[in-house]
Ligand binder design. Structure first.
Ligand code: GLC
Length: 500
């Protein structure tokens, strides 16, 4: 049941969008649009009190995931510790993102004297064909192997590496996966709109290895990591104050270092030895929370009817509830659904052709940031965007209405994004440090970081001027390139052999 607006508005702290908005008014709205906006704002506003309640529930779900397998937030073991900063070697890394496949040759210099940079990168990016995301496993691995093959030729890697002397390979696979060891990863469920048959429930490392073998490629797969783990490790390589790696992009998720004694579901070393399982020797292990799945039981998050619509039309309804309210993949879609609803009720774009607006996912997050950012005279940039993306010519009140909606959606997203990190910090008693953030929303939305920090302050009760205990959001180093290469280098070291 969708909660009514009243259920999540804390009257004391609720102030209307007119009071809160940072946007200058550019046109008066007719009364019916004004009324719609007020209703939407009440549905989208998450008060400070509500944020605290969400964080409380979030902590419970994080704890459940650490204590038992099969919980809603899986808290996946990542089998790696933090780097020393001295890791060295050359590794090929592969990053399967939401839109691109990135292949990098990463050279880590550690703290070698004379090296200007700690790492060097040579990379290529390939766009994922749209139908690959809904195709089958063989299509995915064949595409990856072909690109690897092209990279080997292009960069003449065959001169140095062979099947007998393979190049170490690290794979950043940013989907929820259960790992018994670092070179193994069973996909739990696809997220972010992917729906490739024949991969869920299977070890992606094994599937990739088989394809490498079939194509005779000179690589040895050393590790599979999540993008959040990569962001944390790459950032910690340079910045010892790193406490969390977080992605605010197409998806929304974070990783942190947990003490082994807190990971109740981890079998003891003796049990693992008896079962011939991998034994981990560190005292802390990286955990990929996979908290996009928070509140799949719909107990606490304030969902609007548009959130319900997004979920119902997604390939995995009922999954990734938190992510569907806060991540980049869905912000533009929320905006689109609101406009469609009003157009259906003849409140917007009357007598215009709205067919482009009716295409699912026709609008991405950058559309929203452009609207909030537009300082062009008479908002020509916004009008041009409407025209080029949607073939619509908005009136002044329609431009005004759209800017307000874009702001409301982005504000809600940033405030909710703070909840996941605040839950980890309060649970772990972390009072200061750097949250290394990556992803399109964190990097490209101009106001995200400030809104996120404001919400963190509200949740954690920071007073103005209380600069001492602060959790700051920083820009993560390259997790899927450098981070993944560092994890591979640590694993090679652990196995007792330097491969350069
Ligand atoms: C989704 C994925 C997760 C990833 C996040 C950010 O939540 O399930 O593995 O870290 O997106 O890319």
């Amino acid at each position: 049941m969708a909660p009514s607006a009243q259920q999540h508005i804390d009257d004391e702290s609720y102030s209307s969008w007119r009071q809160r908005s940072e946007l200058e008014k550019m046109a008066d709205l007719p009364p019916e649009l004004e009324e719609e906006l007020t209703t939407l704002d009440k549905d989208f506003w998450v008060s400070g009190k509500k944020l605290k309640e969400i964080v409380q529930r979030f902590r419970e779900e994080l704890d459940e995931g650490l204590s038992k397998n099969g919980q809603n937030i899986p808290m996946n073991l990542a089998w790696t510790g933090l780097p020393s900063g001295k890791e060295k070697g050359t590794v090929l890394t592969l990053d399967l993102g939401g839109t691109n496949l990135r292949v990098c040759k990463v050279t880590l210099h550690g703290d070698r004297k004379g090296a200007k940079e700690k790492s060097e990168l040579d990379q290529k990016q390939y766009k994922l064909p749209k139908d690959l995301k809904t195709g089958d496993a063989d299509g995915l691995w064949t595409f990856i192997a072909e690109k690897l093959e092209a990279f080997v030729q292009d960069k003449k890697l065959g001169e140095e590496y062979s099947k007998e002397k393979p190049m170490p390979l690290g794979f950043t696979f940013s989907y929820p996966a259960t790992q018994d060891r670092i070179d193994h990863a069973v996909l739990q469920t696809w997220t972010k709109g992917f729906d490739i048959k024949g991969v869920e429930g299977n070890d992606v490392a094994q599937q990739l290895r088989e394809k490498l073998e079939e194509k005779n490629l000179p690589f040895e797969l050393i590790c599979v990591i999540n993008d959040t783990v990569g962001a944390m490790i790459a950032s910690a390589y340079n910045d010892p104050k790193t406490i969390i790696g977080a992605i605010f992009g197409t998806g929304c998720n974070a990783a942190y270092m947990a003490s082994l004694s807190d990971i109740k579901k981890l079998p003891s070393n003796s049990e693992r030895t008896a079962n011939k399982q991998h034994v981990y020797t560190g005292d802390k292990m990286a955990i990929n929370c996979e908290y996009g799945a928070f509140d799949n039981a719909h107990r606490i998050l304030p969902r609007t009817k548009f959130d319900t619509q997004i979920d119902a039309a997604s390939p995995r309804p009922g999954e990734q509830t938190f992510e569907k309210l806060s991540a980049g993949l869905y912000l533009g879609e929320l905006f689109r659904l609101i406009l469609v609803d009003l157009a259906d009720r003849s409140l917007l774009f009357q007598s215009q052709d709205t067919s482009k607006l009716r295409e699912p996912y026709a609008i991405d997050t950058s559309f929203l940031s452009h609207l909030e950012d537009d300082e062009s005279p008479a908002f020509t940039a916004t009008r041009d965007l409407f025209s080029s993306t949607l073939s619509l010519t908005p009136t002044d009140p329609e431009v005004e209405f759209s800017r307000r909606i874009a702001e409301m959606i982005a504000v809600r997203g940033a405030r909710l994004c703070a909840c996941g990190v605040a839950a980890i910090c309060t649970k772990e008693g972390i009072r200061e440090g750097h949250v290394a953030a990556d992803g399109s929303v964190a990097n490209k939305h101009p106001k995200f970081k400030r809104r996120w920090a404001d919400a963190m302050g509200e949740i954690l009760g920071w007073e103005d001027g209380d600069g001492a205990a602060r959790i700051e959001i920083t820009s993560a180093e390259d997790g899927s390139g450098v981070g993944c290469a560092i994890v591979a280098a640590m694993e090679i070291e652990r196995r007792g052999g330097a491969k350069e």
